[in-house]
Write a protein that binds this ligand. Structure first.
Ligand SMILES: Cc1cc2nc3c(=O)[nH]c(=O)nc-3n(C[C@H](O)[C@H](O)[C@H](O)COP(=O)(O)OP(=O)(O)OC[C@H]3O[C@@H](n4cnc5c(N)ncnc54)[C@H](O)[C@@H]3O)c2cc1C
Length: 326
């Protein structure tokens, strides 16, 4: 084990003895992130049941071991130097209907499995999130959404663990906003599960709409593309500096927002490259790694286009993608 942790050897033995726990040492994060960049995590701990996950996380805290939570790795840029400490993943993935009519999902479930579960049962709303990669945990954390719906509309309760124990909070306490939640601001909270309420609808109509969305998304983001979806958040027109807002044609404003891609296009971002990473020639907010890219190159390219937008429009784009180990 990496000596940066200075953790007692018996701690690792205790972790490994927990039911449903696996511990990998010096595990390359490039193998666990969709961007396929990132050096080794000292420890990558997977726990398949809530009690073991909570135990592992509280052990890290008690021993003062730096730690973080990773989901499916579809929205992170992991540092080329890796992660010093322990990264925890919660792999419990049950999705079920509860007697009160809600849908209960453990956060290790893939978002797609939750979407499919609701579509098959004629529950409306999450069908427009068809094909968004990642886990339910990552989706709650970032209030994932697409085509007019996002998680905040349906999550009634979320359960999480922090240094003081396990808690359950309601929708208001999740403090959801556009691609935001209380969990983004309190990274010490690991989300364990959530309960969702969705209105009834015709399952066939939902499935047909989901299929159309799937086709569009697969064309925009081919499933094998190493990327994180959109790098930057879109912008609320009302929050833009006056000069920038004046330049935006009303035809590109949707639900009060302007795509970050529009600003990026104006500064010539499409097709830019830095070392092994590129910006798609068809989508200025899509950076991908054709194969040999590094996190450092991603950071450089992101900084370059942010600088261009700042110089031209007078505001700073905000990353939707999350940094790990920097
Ligand atoms: C091709 C592509 C298309 C995409 N399209 C969209 C889209 O249309 N809309 C959209 O909203 N997003 C989109 N995304 C972004 C991303 O997939 C989602 O936001 C997803 O929800 C991230 O989930 P994850 O499990 O992969 O999280 P990860 O990438 O593993 O982690 C992201 C962040 O969430 C935190 N996190 C993960 N799980 C937990 C947990 N259980 N508790 C606490 N924190 C946690 C991590 O610490 C990290 O900071 C897209 C990504 C890709 C690659």
């Amino acid at each position: 084990m990496s000596n940066v942790l200075h953790a007692p050897a018996e701690w690792l033995a205790e972790l490994r003895a927990l039911p449903s726990v696996t511990v990998l040492e010096n595990e390359p994060l490039a193998a666990h992130t969709r961007f396929a960049v990132g050096g080794p995590a000292d420890l990558l701990i997977d726990a398949g049941d809530e009690a073991s996950f909570v135990h592992a996380l509280l052990l890290c805290r008690a021993l003062g071991i730096p730690h973080g939570v990773l989901g499916a790795g579809s929205n992170v840029i992991a540092s080329d130097e890796g992660f010093r400490g322990a990264l925890l993943r919660f792999s419990a993935a049950a999705v079920e209907r509860t007697p009160d009519g809600l849908v209960h999902a453990q956060t290790g479930a893939s978002l797609q499995s939750l979407v499919s579960f609701t579509v098959e049962r004629g529950l409306e709303g999450l069908h427009t999130l068809e094909r968004i990669p990642g886990s339910v945990g990552g989706a709650v954390y970032g209030n994932a959404g697409a085509y007019g719906h996002s998680m905040h509309q349906f999550v009634r309760r979320a359960r999480y663990v922090d240094a003081r124990g396990v808690w359950e909070i309601d929708n208001a306490a999740c403090e959801f906003d556009y691609r935001e939640s209380v969990f983004k601001r309190h990274k010490d909270r690991a989300i364990l599960s959530c309960s969702l309420e969705l209105p009834a609808a015709d399952p066939e109509a939902l499935a047909a709409e989901a299929l159309e969305i799937r086709k569009v998304r697969d064309e925009k983001f081919p499933p094998s593309m190493r990327c994180a979806g959109s790098i930057f958040k879109n912008l609320f027109l009302a929050n833009l500096p006056a000069g920038a807002a004046d330049e935006v044609p009303l035809s590109v404003v949707r639900e009060g927002k302007v795509a970050a891609a529009w600003f990026l296009e104006q500064v010539g971002a499409k097709g830019l490259r830095e070392g092994g990473v590129r910006i798609a020639h068809y989508h200025a907010n899509l950076i991908y790694n054709p194969g040999q890219g590094t996190a450092a190159e991603l950071r450089t390219l992101i900084a370059e286009v942010k600088r261009r937008v700042l110089d031209r429009f007078g505001f700073e784009l905000e990353e939707e993608v999350q940094y790990l180990g920097f």
